[in-house]
Write a protein that binds this ligand. Structure first.
Ligand SMILES: Nc1ncnc2c1ncn2[C@@H]1O[C@H](COP(=O)(O)OP(=O)(O)O)[C@@H](O)[C@H]1O
Ligand SMILES: [Mg+2]
Length: 154
């Protein structure tokens, strides 16, 4: 299953985030996975608004496997990706945690950027197999969710 969102404003980030939250619930991602995916989504989508004047997000949900998000914009690009990926680096005097934080929340993450042309960031997050099998169990049935199962390493 796949689709895309045009992201121009912070309002768009919010609405698309709601949709991502809904889709990941339908696919059986755990609450923890969904919160972390949405966090990364919000940071990377908001970066497009703040630093690039908007862009597009394409999502691909792979059954029983994971979610890929591709953020693409035609903004100014990132001249030094290594620097931009380091904790606390910001050209807008904000927290500088969006890129490094999103990378930590991903199973696979990469940035391609050309100054003057734009930026493309690919985020991939696996779904844990035990969560796929339990998609109708857990919190929805009033059972306690076991956060020790399927939790990410590091
Ligand atoms: N889509 C983008 N286009 C251009 N520059 C970007 C983009 N995303 C991030 N950057 C650059 O990388 C820096 C670090 O991003 P981030 O870690 O999210 O911190 P913050 O957004 O708080 O500045 C930004 O300050 C900006 O210079
Ligand atoms: Mg940011």
């Amino acid at each position: 299953m796949n689709g895309s969102f045009d992201i121009i404003s912070e309002e768009d980030v919010l609405h698309a985030g709601n949709e991502i939250s809904r889709l990941t619930r339908e696919k059986g991602f755990s609450i923890l996975d969904r919160i972390q995916i949405r966090t990364a989504f919000s940071e990377l989508a908001r970066n497009m608004v703040v630093h690039a004047g908007g862009g597009k997000v394409q999502y691909t949900l792979l059954d029983d496997w994971g979610l890929q998000l591709v953020f693409e914009d035609h903004g100014p690009g990132i001249p030094d990706i290594g620097k931009a990926m380091s904790t606390g680096f910001s050209t807008t005097k904000s927290m500088g945690l969006g890129l490094p934080g999103s990378k930590k929340l991903a199973d696979d993450f990469h940035v391609v950027s050309k100054p003057g042309e734009g930026t493309k960031i690919t985020f991939f997050r696996k779904i844990r197999n035990d969560q796929v099998n339990n998609k109708n169990e857990g919190i929805n049935n009033g059972q306690r969710h076991d956060f020790s199962r399927g939790e990410r390493n590091g």
